[in-house]
Design a protein around this ligand. Sequence first.
Ligand code: IPM
Ligand code: MN
Length: 354
Amino acid sequence: MKLNIALLPGDGIGPEIIDQAMKAVKAVAEKFNHELEYTEGITGACAIDAVGDPYPEETHELCMNADAVLFGAIGDPKFDNNPKAKVRPEQGLLAMRKKLGLYANIRPVETFESLLHKSPLRRELVEGADFVCIRELTGGMYFGEKGRKDNGNTAFDTCIYTREEVERILKLGYEFAAKRNKKLTVVDKANVLESSRLWREVAQEMAPNYPDITTEYMFVDNAAMQIIQWPKNFDVMVTENMFGDILTDEASVITGSLGLLPSASMGIHTSVFEPIHGSYPQAAGKDIANPIATILSAAMMFEYAFNLKEEGKAIRDAVAASMTEGFVTEDIAEGPAQGTSAVGDWIANYIEKN
Ligand code: IPM
Ligand code: MN
């Protein structure tokens, strides 16, 4: 198969972790006889510095013409500390989501045996937890009308959803639940918000079409509590943009493996695969960043964008082996720590040899 990938390394540790993921991608392509083509584009702070736009049109074209996008990370402290900055790296991310129609952000929450001791939760609560958060990504307050009035002294952000937007994300939720443990938790605030009442109304209409899936409704405040109290009770969780932003961060730390978790954003055009962690500027260029989340994002790319399950598994097996061997970076090493690049080489080499 011909695989045409757009690479957007971004800022901070982005370029070095993308390099490691590409070692794994090349090893898999070679092993399974796929023809690989890849082109790099700029996004984030580096794109602002270069052309004044965090998601330039040229980068968008590149993404539109690719079969999948592998994304590193964006963000630079020089923008965080300047509330008056007119253009920010994060705007690039939002523009990319909107222009590619990436309405679903999928974050699997998985545990890794060797990292369970790093979880803030007691081992017995989190061991074996395995669920997927599906966050709506192009609607709600992020993209609703916003502004100021009263000479700037009143500010507003509108949470707005159409039936169509709700239907397509719930449909995806049901498709995931059907392939997993047949439980869908719809998270909203229907006791207060009109937009949430639409979500619940649509979900209640759709639920009978999926008789073998249990649909559960949960208010977001309760969900925030249940995620840490009974994480094993979740299978697939689906929610609107802002709630999802908050809950996915919460969900990602409970397994103790924040630095290892990948994500996919999918929708109308090309899907984007990226680690959930940020650009970690303090570590940039030091060969210490953990490349595993990005390498696992590449595994998700094979599975979701190309429907190549075995290829994805080859990457996952290699990652698991590096962890069992203890050939890992300083953030998770119990013994001697390895460099970013050495871990990338080890994983690619394992893929070739096994
Ligand atoms: C995320 C991030 C972004 C979001 C920011 C950087 C705009 O927090 O991907 O979760 O809020 O969606
Ligand atoms: Mn977030």
